[in-house]
Design a protein around this ligand. Structure first.
Ligand code: GDP
Ligand code: MG
Length: 164
């Protein structure tokens, strides 16, 4: 049985771009429109002779008042993907910086007891130290990435497949 890896995070952080890089397809819809990937998308990936399934999700949105708790704004699709996954890749946007929703998602992921790989995407054009603030999520050192240029994917996949 192949391990299942779910890409989780806010809309527009680069999840579908990473999905395309991992599965080497243009299957996932990439766009600036937030939340465009409404349904879960499944793809097959092979790296370092390890095969796994990748799930792309539409993204976990913002809480309207920041008090509702994560269940109020996490889509059923993201919920299902998290449940199906053996491994979570939590993608954040280094250009946008850490916002409240990232902290909420991080807290929720802590409760799962599943391995989480934190990715700080969009490091192109930001200060080298920009990913460091995400260390506060308590999910370890973020993997720096520029998914749109394919940079940083191999480093993540090396560690991810080594642990499979
Ligand atoms: P998703 O909503 O999380 O699936 O995000 P997408 O993969 O659709 O990407 C949202 C936008 O960010 C698209 O315009 C991508 O081309 C862009 N994008 C993705 N990765 C990067 C990156 O590393 N750097 C920059 N500058 N833009 C990126
Ligand atoms: Mg998407």
């Amino acid at each position: 049985i192949k391990p299942v890896v779910a890409l989780i995070g806010r809309p527009n952080v680069g999840k579908s771009t990473i999905f395309n890089q991992m599965t080497k397809t243009r299957q996932a819809l990439v766009a600036d429109l937030s939340g465009l990937t409404r349904d879960r998308q499944y793809g097959d990936a092979t790296y370092n002779n390890k095969s796994f399934v990748v799930i792309d999700t539409g993204g976990i949105g913002e809480a309207d008042d920041g008090r509702g708790g994560i269940d109020d704004y996490m889509s059923a699709q993201s919920h299902t993907a998290i449940h199906e996954a053996d491994i979570i890749v939590f993608v954040v946007d280094a250009r946008a910086g850490m916002i409240g929703a990232d902290a909420e998602i991080g807290k929720m992921l802590h409760t799962l007891g599943k391995p989480v790989y934190l990715v700080a995407n969009k490091i192109d054009g930001v200060h080298d130290a920009a990913p460091a603030e995400f260390y506060a999520l308590g999910l370890g050192e973020p993997y720096p990435m520029t998914a749109s240029h394919g940079r940083g994917i191999a480093n993540l996949l090396d560690d991810l497949t080594e642990d499979m």
